[in-house]
Design a protein around this ligand. Structure first.
Ligand code: ADP
Length: 552
């Protein structure tokens, strides 16, 4: 059965019943139909203390698939089976990958969140609200320039781009304002994908409505002709942009196939943004449940690093345990096996590819948090391969448990859940990767050498010039959000496994003062992805009775 068929056959519980499991009454949620709700932002939650936090991350993704969301959901269900009050905190899927290469982001097999069609498509409209808020600001900026430009904005130095939550390569570089003098002032512009936008990062880092407004107000939209930064506050539209997000800021509540509460909110990509669901959602889960299982995007070099260094300081909580998802198949690919040969047992390739997992184990342990490896079992994995991978982890002093959640749901991850319960009882001392008062160069250097295993950082002439400018403007002590390919520890997607002796090339820095970090664009990473030759969209359909197929 396909993921969507399994999801469609499940009888969901009413969302009020799911809310009740977290101690939420019907007054504390806003229902979007029978199976989805938004959780109201209520001050009374402020007094509640935090439960335990489990962060799920993975090795560098390969075309073989890793299954982080699947394991996150399965682990949450396993904790529920072990009579723990658990909640899952995930990101909202973006339509870019849903229609493109990856498919949805609601897990798979018997470890999914439902209603999966709704969550993967328009859900409660958060992505659309963000897209609209973003593009309203773009329109207000261009209108300001057209209507006399009293702020003296230089049209060649506008930082604020338009966005769309679709992979549309044709919109990466565009010219706007063509036609006639009444159609605006012509300038070069471009689109990013919504999940890479600063507003998405702001939504995910804002602590409440006041913080949302503060952050929106300090967004730098561009520079004047004499190169002074201009903010949204100066444009006097902070209130308008904030009110467009008044509902999107509330976390969404749904359920797993086994009816564990799942809070799904915010969805920045981890390669071109900070890759974690919202602080408000995670905080709500931490206050309402004893165990919160959350996921950060792509490999531990991206999402998990940003969780530790960008999200955790705002959240006010660091993980009590980290689960690193690995598969035999993906590690064999890191060990040099081609995709069409993955069904064959290959212990030497698995052993070689283990180097990638080893790097991530080391980088997560560096933060002082307990680590467990979840081996996401695929049907073609042989007993010898699974045993070998466990042995390699043991030799690395790291517990590893086979999880078969795709085939068996929570029952397939009971050992993993027991290990998580054991690890989260241990005392651990979080060790930050960098100190807040270090400058940008030093912070980037720390990420590259300590997390990626690289040798050095090379800045382009433009990036060097920006470092000097940012220092003059007092922006050089902000955290860094690396934009890097997810496929490699380096900035070159083809360097799989565990490369050494490489340099990371920072080509440009983008100030995101509302989000509160500086993005460092490395290699050729793009903030508007493209669609593949055969997009996932080509296999989807809608039957006359409304049944959806081909979504995964
Ligand atoms: P990630 O979160 O790492 O991107 P997902 O959990 O979204 O990965 O899984 C990606 C795809 O792989 C989904 O379609 C899911 O059904 C499939 N998948 C995950 N784990 C397994 C497994 N053990 N066996 C077969 N398919 C799996």
């Amino acid at each position: 059965m396909t993921d969507i068929e399994i999801a469609q056959q499940t009888k969901m519980e009413k969302i009020t019943q799911i809310a009740a499991k977290l101690g939420l009454t019907s007054d504390q949620i806003e229902q979007y139909g029978d199976y989805k709700a938004k959780i109201k932002l209520t001050p009374e939650q402020a007094e509640k203390s935090f439960g335990k936090l489990v962060l799920v991350t993975s090795i560098n993704p390969t075309p073989a698939g890793e299954g982080k969301s699947t394991v996150t959901v399965g682990l949450g269900d396993a904790l529920t089976q072990l009579h723990q009050k658990a909640a899952i905190a995930l990101r909202e899927p973006s339509l870019g990958p849903v229609m493109g290469m990856k498919g949805g982001a609601t897990g798979g097999g018997y470890s999914q969140v439902v209603p999966m069609e709704d969550i993967n498509l328009h859900f409660t409209g958060d992505m659309h609200a963000l897209t609209t808020a973003n593009n309203t600001l773009a329109a207000l900026i261009d209108n300001h320039i057209y209507q006399g430009n009293s702020l003296n904005l230089d049209p060649r130095r506008i930082l604020w781009k338009r966005v769309l939550d679709i992979n549309d390569r044709a919109l990466r570089h565009i010219v706007i304002g063509l036609g006639s003098p009444t159609s605006g002032v012509p300038r070069e512009d471009g689109f990013d994908i919504t999940v890479a936008s600063e507003l998405m990062a702001i939504l995910c880092l804002a602590e409440d409505l006041a913080d949302l407004k503060r952050r929106i107000g300090r967004i730098v939209i561009g520079y004047t002709y004499d190169k002074k930064p201009v903010t949204v506050d100066q444009l006097h539209v902070t209130g308008a942009i904030s009110l467009l997000l008044k509902d999107a800021i509330k976390p969404n509540l749904v359920q797993t196939l086994a009816h564990t509460p799942a809070i799904i909110h915010g969805g920045p990509f981890a390669n071109i943004a900070h890759g974690c669901n919202s602080v408000l959602a995670t905080r709500t889960a931490l206050k309402l449940a004893d165990y919160t299982v959350t996921e950060a995007g792509f490999g531990a070099d991206l999402g998990a690093e940003k969780f530790m260094d960008i999200k955790a300081p705002v959240l006010g909580k660091t993980p009590d345990a980290v689960v690193i998802v690995a598969t035999v198949r993906a590690l064999k690919m890191h060990g040099g096996v081609a995709k069409d040969q993955l069904q064959l047992e290959n212990i030497p390739a698995l052993t070689a590819g283990f180097a990638n997992l080893q790097r991530h184990i080391a980088s997560m342990k560096r933060y002082g948090v307990p680590v467990v490896v979840a081996i996401n079992q695929f049907t073609a994995d042989t007993a010898a391969e699974l045993a070998k991978l466990q042995e390699l982890c043991q030799q690395n002093n790291t517990p590893a448990e086979v999880a078969n959640v795709w085939a068996h749901g929570g029952s397939g991850a009971l050992n993993l859940a027991k290990e998580v319960l054991r690890l989260t009882k241990q005392d651990s001392q979080f060790v930050p990767l960098y100190q807040a008062d270090m400058d940008l160069t030093a912070k980037i250097n720390q990420v590259v050498t300590q997390i990626y295993g690289g040798q050095k950082v090379e800045f382009s002439a433009k990036a060097k010039r920006q470092l000097r400018q940012f220092k003059r403007r007092g922006w050089d002590k902000l955290p860094v959000c690396m934009a890097k390919t997810q496929y490699s520890l380096s900035d070159s997607p083809k360097l799989i496994g565990a490369p050494t002796d490489f340099a990371i090339h920072v080509r440009e820095l983008v100030p995101k003062l509302g989000a509160g970090f500086i993005v460092a664009l490395t290699g050729n990473v793009l903030t508007m992805p493209g669609l593949p030759k055969v997009p996932a969209a080509s296999k989807m359909d809608l039957a006359d009775d409304g049944t959806i197929s081909g979504l995964y």
